[in-house]
Design a protein around this ligand. Sequence first.
Ligand SMILES: Nc1nc2c(ncn2[C@@H]2O[C@@H]3COP(=O)(O)O[C@H]4[C@@H](O)[C@H](n5cnc6c(=O)[nH]c(N)nc65)O[C@@H]4COP(=O)(O)O[C@H]3[C@H]2O)c(=O)[nH]1
Length: 776
Amino acid sequence: MLERWRRLVRSARLDGWSGLTLGPLLLAIPLLAAIWCSHLLYAERERQLAVESVLQDNANIARMAVSVLEQTLERSRRHAHLARAGLDDTRLLEGLRLAAGSDSLFSAVMVQDAQRGPLLSSATTEGDTAALLRLAARSAGDTPRTALAGEITLLPAERGPDGNWRLPVAIPLLSALGHRGQLLTLIDANRLLQPFRTLDLGSGSDLRIYDASGRSLFDTRGGDGRFFTADDGSDKLFATALQGRRTVERADGRPVLLAFERSAGSGLGVAVERRLDEVLHNAAQRRLALAGWAWSLSLMLVAALAAMVLVARRQHRLYRELSRAEDEKERLIEQLKEEKGRAYQLASHDHLTSLPNRMLFTELAASHLNRARRNHAPFVMMFLDLDRFKAINDTLGHRVGDLLLQEVAERLKASVRDTDIVARLGGDEFVVLLTEVDAADAAARVARKLIDALARPMGFDGHELEVRASIGIAIHPRDGQDIDALMRNADSAMYEAKRSGRGCFRYYDPSLNARSALHLDLHSRFRRAILGDEFVLHYQPRVALNGLRITSLEALIRWQHPERGLVYPGDFIDYAEQEGLVVELGNWVVREACRQIAAWQQEGITVVPVAINVSARQLRDHSFVEVIRETTAHYRIRPDMLELEITERCVVDDFERAHAALEVLSGLGMKIALDDFGTGFSSLSYLRRLPIDIIKIDRSFINDIRNQTNDAAIVASTIALGHNLGLTVIAEGVETREQAVYLKAAGCDEVQGYYFQRPIPAAETLPLLRDGIPDR
Ligand SMILES: Nc1nc2c(ncn2[C@@H]2O[C@@H]3COP(=O)(O)O[C@H]4[C@@H](O)[C@H](n5cnc6c(=O)[nH]c(N)nc65)O[C@@H]4COP(=O)(O)O[C@H]3[C@H]2O)c(=O)[nH]1
């Protein structure tokens, strides 16, 4: 069974509709169990109720029968009273004769005196007289239990001469004068038992009357009932029956439901019984009807289940077919997509290099341009042309030319980010779209990288080639607002590059070319420039307005370029910062300033502190403090001979680290100046939190100080603020006497500017240091 169940489950699972089959099955089992359990319980209850009800009915009938019998015998007792009185006075017996004569229940009455014999007899036939005498002889020994009358003695019925059944009844008497006697009556049995004959007890039922000794007197079997004669003997049942009701087994083995009731007065007993099988037969009819219901319900359930399973199977089959169709559809769509993809690839890509062709490039570039517009981001287009490709193609053949183009494509792709786009427009013309660039400088770097990547030797079919490329760069939005304009301008910049000698790049905007050339130069020769002493420091004095004494020299870096001449920091500091070169440059400045101070000191010149500019990166650099410590120690100068000029930019990115470094340096005795004061947003907060000694008001505020602008008020309040905080206030960019006078009047402590002295090389500072600022 278990194995069959397992097989069923397994097969259902294999079919893929296990849930659909097992679900209804698992639902049906408890439902069927519930139907049949309740049916069985109900049937059993029905059976018990039927038995209980029949036992109860039987008991009621038995009680009623006993009561009827008692009422009848009560009449005999009344006659016994008259008879007892008649024993003492026979005249009184006349009353008895009349009473008995008018009571049809009594067929004959006789009063018998123990000594005198019969005193009265209403018997009209000899048979009745003989029956009464037999009865008298039979009960002659009975003694009355009370002073009035004794127990009633009933004898088995006997048939009279007229053929009617009579019940002989004897009651012993004891008169007031002590006479003993008996009242003997023949009760008309048919009359006595008539009520029981008409009782409808139901089929298989029987009512039986017993006398006090347990002899059966009458039962209702056979329609009219039957009387038991003296020869019939007593019924065993009576001997075992107790008062009450129960199920007992008859001698023939059949169980009956029996109720037994005995009269307290006469001792007569009535048993009412009904065959159990008869009773159960009726209950069985109901049980059968119930079973019919249970079967119907079960069948309906099974039918519903089967229908569910069938529907589920059908749906499952449909679902499988549908999903097969769906798979097929998916497959076709995939196939179509692949074919479409192949067609698109063919139509949109260059077959030789697999790079996007002009059509696809234009689409991609347009979408990137839209994004760049939304994000206000730069967008760089580069046109790239291989120098002398035609000659290679013509001399070495198309095969080499093709291989060369493929290699170029690979190298170009490898040199840019995945987000950038490389396309081949045709022939040896390529285009590169840089989508994530932050500045024109970055475009220059990429262009240089591309040129370098292509310049590495390539070998094909035993030929070693070096390819040089010319690149034209157009930047959105300065060089064009749409793709066409950008492509056109990148193309013309590319021709400019070719004209400039090939193997180089050119911006469409000429101003960018000079700057980019400088940056490239810086990049390629930066170390050489530091080692080869191409950088120099110029110094500009800071002058105290009170007495025009030089208080400090600001060291300003310049690049003494061999070809370009003196290059100012505005052209390379930001670039050096972006490229991570500024720390090395800054360290050089620290070294050079310390070396110069030491040199001045060795020449016996009284030196003022030198202020150096510190960039943001430099201040963040972990070794910065150490560099200052070591360099000052190396040149044997006191650290307070150096001053630091920082700007807000130096601290915004990593305030904590800058703050820590400044605290250490300030602790060494160095003064810290906040440069370009007033141009930032939060200068004031920095003043409170950093160890600042000096603020330098930006020169943009000094320019217009005399022209009734807000600047004068700003300068005046900055001076007042600085003083309140105990700081030295310096004004930068003082170019005129008026500005100096105004600043002095406003309470400014020191000034710096062309009016007093332009930045000059170290050699030219000697007269200044020695003689001070000349009078003006
Ligand atoms: N119009 C005008 N300008 C005046 C006048 N007086 C001085 N200047 C110029 O103002 C700048 C003052 O330096 P800064 O504000 O620190 O501004 C400096 C500083 O931020 C940075 N810098 C200079 N040297 C270094 C350096 O060694 N390291 C770093 N990180 N930055 C430096 O470059 C900036 C520019 O330096 P420079 O070109 O030397 O320009 C200098 C100086 O030549 C004047 O009366 N009128």
